[in-house]
Design a protein around this ligand. Structure first.
Ligand code: NDP
Length: 251
């Protein structure tokens, strides 16, 4: 099999997986965080789990990118990816409080495999399989809008994480109703930010790996947001009635 065949097969696989993952996750809650269950097998510390899963996305993207021949514009995307995964793979896990709760090895293994493939596809598109970008791309609407969405999503995600982690640090096991910022509109603004961020990436890179990743993120996080929302409503009688799951005023 040539590398081109491998790349295109993995890309196709990503698109095929999106509806399957979305369907399954509406019925089976991914067993980590509030849904963790011993029946899903051995676990490791939550902090180590996040580091392992997410550093792989950084390493596989960087390796795929740096062993190709990226143009000047592609380096902008290199920086964006490294900002996101530097945060998710190092800063976010170090902000997590030490907990007795664990994350199943199965979740870490599947997250690691996904991140390895996804990092490879996005890095390789930018340095080998894409058509390349001229400097004119920097003044196009998809690029400018995509970058604006990327940073809006990223900052929304980080700010929402900050609110949730401050609740978690205040009490290492109990859950509270998050308030303030976009929590006034939706139960999961962290997931909303993540989805917006990767659609911004897809638009700015104008790439199929970017689109596949954005769709996969939505397929993964929209059902989880729906589950969290339902869980909050069941758990707290005083939960705000007008709050939606992930899309303000709509869903
Ligand atoms: P959660 O919202 O389930 O949990 C985030 C952290 O906040 C956990 O430490 C959790 O504790 C704590 N927490 C959440 N809600 C409360 C509450 N009401 N009271 C007190 N503490 C709370 O997010 P995830 O763990 O699923 O995801 C973490 C980050 O990773 C998010 O920013 C998400 O966007 C991103 N992510 C991205 C994915 C992608 O496909 N690109 C996939 C998955 C995650 P506890 O663990 O005890 O529940």
């Amino acid at each position: 099999m040539t590398e081109s065949e491998l790349y295109h097969s993995l890309l196709l696989l990503m698109f095929i997986l999106c509806p399957i993952v979305a369907f399954l996750l509406f019925y089976i809650k991914a067993p980590y965080g509030r849904y963790v269950q011993r029946s899903w097998g051995a676990g490791i510390s939550v902090r180590s789990g996040w580091i392992v899963m997410e550093i792989v996305a950084l390493l596989s993207f960087d390796a795929a990118f740096l062993t190709g021949t990226p143009d000047l514009v592609a380096w902008i995307f290199f920086i964006l990816w490294n900002i996101h995964y530097g945060y998710r793979g190092l800063i976010y896990p170090l902000r997590l409080p030490n907990q007795t709760k664990q994350i199943p090895v199965l979740i870490v293994a599947s997250g690691t495999l996904f991140n390895m493939i996804n990092g490879y596809l996005n890095g390789r598109f930018l340095s080998v399989f894409g058509a390349g970008y001229s400097l004119d791309w920097l003044t196009t609407i998809p690029f400018l809008l995509g970058i604006a969405l990327f940073f809006t999503g990223f900052l929304t995600n980080v700010q929402s994480d900050t609110i949730l982690l401050s609740l978690r640090r205040a009490d290492k096991s109990a859950y509270q109703i998050p308030r303030g910022f976009l929590f006034n509109y939706v139960s999961c603004p962290n997931y909303l930010g993540e989805v917006v961020e990767w659609f911004g990436w897809a638009m700015a890179t104008w790439s199929l790996p970017g689109l596949a990743f954005a769709l996969f993120t939505a397929a993964n996080l929209m059902p989880r947001a729906y589950s969290h929302h339902h869980w909050y409503q069941q758990t707290f009688q005083e939960y705000p009635k007008d709050r939606k799951a992930i899309v303000p005023f709509i869903f």
